[in-house]
Design a protein around this ligand. Structure first.
Ligand code: PGA
Length: 308
């Protein structure tokens, strides 16, 4: 078995799917104001933070963009029409989303698949529409409870991944994120236990390796977990090496809860890029590092007299 978990560094993503909530723009405004304040504080704290994406209902997209301006939170559409324009009452196209400042598109959520009969073929068309409009696409996959109970999770997820990605090139995979959302864990309070999620994520990565061999795609693609994620469960699930983030429903509607999820504690976020030390710094910690100083133009003079 190939284990990808520890190989590539994949920046974690925390995303929030508001679905058909809240009921009014006034409520949305209150939540967004709090979220923006929390996010600013988090960003100013100097901590490494994950990428954050919010998927509000279409009418609240401009409000979300306005109130989250100045933060790094990106906005996305929860779905899109299969059509570009025309006589399709009630639909919203990818170009309309992009023109509102959306950078992301969610496709294939299980609620769209089950409640609105969305097929794998339609999911695939939406993936291409999103990519062609310059959006980054998050594809949701996941098995039902019955499928899970008879050990069909891997088979179902494999089919969904392969059908959703039909015709997507390795280069385009840079703009794809997969969200594994077991249907039985969505909105039910039943969180998939972390080792099980890890197994599924690792299986999905193997499918990506099969689809895009020798390209590095499997190691680079971020695979998120979704389903009843809360501030209480986030730290545990994020410890799994193949879980690269989360897609949060209910808990993303409460700014403080969502911010706590964004501020999850993980060894993944303390990695900062290595820094080249100047000679003075190397010398000053030579006892610890047991290294010789390397002159750098930033030292300003060579060799530093007092170090000779
Ligand atoms: P939940 O929803 O967090 O409320 O379970 C997750 C989702 O549907 O994306």
């Amino acid at each position: 078995m190939v284990c990808y978990g520890g190989g590539e560094y994949r920046r974690p993503v925390v995303s929030g799917n508001w679905k058909l909530n809240p009921m009014t723009s006034g409520e949305a405004k209150e939540t967004l104001k709090l979220l923006a304040a929390n996010q600013r504080a988090l960003e100013e704290s100097g901590k490494d933070i994950p990428e954050v994406i919010l998927f509000p209902p279409y009418p609240f997209i401009p409000l979300a963009s306005e109130l989250l301006e100045g933060t790094t939170v990106a906005i996305g559409g929860q779905d899109c029409s299969l059509h570009d324009k025309g006589a399709f009452t009630g639909e919203v196209s990818v170009s309309q989303l992009a023109s509102l400042g959306c950078n992301h598109l969610l496709v294939g959520h299980s609620e769209r698949r089950t409640l609105f009969d969305e097929t794998d073929v339609e999911v695939n068309k939406k993936v291409h529409l999103g990519l062609n409009a310059g959006l980054r696409v998050m594809i949701c996959i996941g098995e039902t409870e019955d499928e899970f109970n008879v050990n069909l999770a891997d088979a179902v997820n494999e089919i969904q991944v392969k059908k959703a990605l039909a015709g997507v090139t390795a280069a385009q995979m840079e703009d794809i994120t997969i969200a594994y959302e077991p249907v039985w864990a969505i909105g039910t309070g039943k969180v998939c236990d972390a080792p099980t999620a890890q197994e599924v994520h690792s299986a999905v990565r193997r499918v990506l390796d099969e689809l895009y061999p020798n390209t590095g795609v499997a190691g680079r693609t971020r695979i998120l977990y979704g389903g009843s994620v809360t501030p209480e469960s986030i730290d545990v699930i994020m410890r799994e090496p193949d879980v690269d983030g989360v897609l949060v429903g209910g808990a993303s509607l409460m700014a403080d809860k969502f911010s706590r999820i964004i501020d999850f504690s993980s060894p993944l976020l303390v990695r900062s890029p290595p820094r080249v030390l100047v000679a003075k710094e190397v010398v000053s910690c030579r006892d610890t590092l047991d290294e010789s100083p390397i002159w750098d133009p930033r030292d300003g003079f060579f060799p530093p007299k007092h170090l000779l």
